[in-house]
Design a protein around this ligand. Structure first.
Ligand SMILES: Cc1ncc(COP(=O)(O)O)c(C=O)c1O
Length: 405
């Protein structure tokens, strides 16, 4: 069967447009488990500085054994949505244990956090409501808001003065929702949750925080940005993923019981999509128990983050203050950033270059992500090589400027 020629032509033109704008995305099929080092298609074993596997659990043998044993008991897929025959004992147990871990009254599961965000706004907000969203929020929040028919406005990232102005202008909105990432994935910086809670209280708005990059990383036991900022009980809904620091798969919404009860009746991905495979729910239960009895992975992560940040500075890279395992190194120029990432790959490490439109023009950067499973010697080596590459990039830029004059 061949594609209709006009559609084939359109797709070719669109692909050429993406290539001209340097927007073609290349996938790198790994030949090994996710982990601190991975095997590339050419067989090279390289240092991996671009996974969300912050606690090093994605390849963890004990987590695997738990999920495999649970698959023996519960089978592979749920083969039904939660309201048909897809609710299993591990789902109910995980929802209760997640709430106990996060300090929230109720929780519900999704197959991904993308689904959680996609199913939240349409369920809670209609045309008479207003949603206020941080400009750097994740794509799944943006899409979730698009699916709702609510009025919406975006405030410049972390600009709470502008958010306040929008709240003051809310007029006769029946309900106001404020939504923010807990930690922004482009730079690892956190939202100012205490002030956001104050604003939500002052204007009777619901506050929703996507803590996908906070859970498992921040807070005393990895409960996330909410606990890290001391605002437990003040955020109405938290969304998050089991697919980053927690090493598995799945998403959740956790928070006020009345809201969770309403979402169980109305959130479309919850109602009309397969439930999370029960074995993955068992995997998440194992990780939550582990985090509460063993502080070693979180301690190792924090030591590795401090080490890489310090070594990078010592080697001449500019690194902003922060404690999150996402470490941006802003180079500015898009070509230079891409070329530097590619040079680093030749040298033996995977680092992601982020360019426009993912980040603002002139803010192109390398994004490094640290894991508890990284060997400290690998991180010291990486800092030296990155320091060198960044210096060469700066020299190249100055030479280019000279030529241009
Ligand atoms: C802030 C944020 N929210 C949601 C998601 C989606 O999570 P999941 O992979 O569970 O769909 C991501 C993943 O990139 C994310 O960074």
């Amino acid at each position: 069967m061949t594609l209709a020629p006009h559609i084939a032509r359109q797709l070719d033109e669109e692909a050429a447009g993406r290539a001209a704008r340097r927007r073609t995305i290349a996938e790198v099929p790994l030949g090994s488990r996710q982990g601190p080092r991975v095997v590339l298609p050419d067989g090279r074993d390289v240092l991996n500085l671009c996974s969300n596997d912050y606690l090093g659990l994605a390849g963890d043998p004990l987590l695997h054994a738990t999920v495999v044993a649970a698959q023996e008991r519960w089978g592979l897929g749920a083969a039904a949505g939660r309201i048909i025959s897809g609710t299993f004992a591990p789902h109910v147990a995980l929802e209760a244990e997640l709430s106990a871990f996060l300090g929230t009254p109720a929780s519900m599961l999704f197959t991904s956090c993308f689904d959680a965000n996609a199913g939240l706004f349409e369920a809670l907000a209609g045309p008479e409501d207003l949603i206020l969203s941080d400009a750097h929020n994740h794509a799944s929040i943006i899409d979730g808001i698009r699916l709702s028919r609510a009025r919406r406005a975006t405030y410049p990232s972390r600009d709470l003065r502008e958010l306040r102005r929008l709240l003051e202008d809310a007029g006769d909105a029946r309900r106001i929702l404020i939504v923010t990432d807990g930690v922004f994935s482009m730079d690892g910086e956190g939202a100012d949750l205490p002030r956001l809670c104050d604003l939500a209280d002052r204007f009777d708005a619901l506050l929703i925080v996507d803590d996908s990059h906070g859970v498992g990383v921040l807070g005393p036991l990895g409960q996330g940005a909410i606990s890290g900022c001391g605002v437990e009980g003040r955020v109405d809904l938290i969304t998050g993923t089991f697919g980053k620091a927690l090493g598995g798969l799945g998403g959740f919404i956790s928070g006020r019981s009345e809201l969770i009860a309403a979402l169980r009746q109305t959130s479309r991905p919850y109602l009309f999509s397969n439930a999370l495979p029960p074995a993955y729910a068992e995997g998440a239960r194992y990780v939550l128990r582990m985090l509460q009895r063993d502080e070693a992975p979180l301690t190792r992560l924090r030591e590795n983050v401090a080490l890489l940040r310090e070594e990078l500075r010592r080697c001449g890279a500019e690194v902003a203050d922060g404690q999150h395992p996402i470490i941006p190194i802003i180079l500015g120029d898009e070509e230079v950033t891409r070329a530097t990432a590619s040079r680093l790959r030749d040298e033996g490490m995977l680092v992601v270059p982020l360019t426009h439109p993912v980040v603002a023009r002139g803010q192109a950067r390398l994004r490094l992500q640290v894991s508890a499973a990284h060997d400290p010697d690998d991180l010291r080596w990486a800092a030296r090589v990155i320091g060198d590459a960044v210096r060469r990039a700066a020299v190249g830029r100055v030479a280019d400027l000279g030529r241009a004059r």
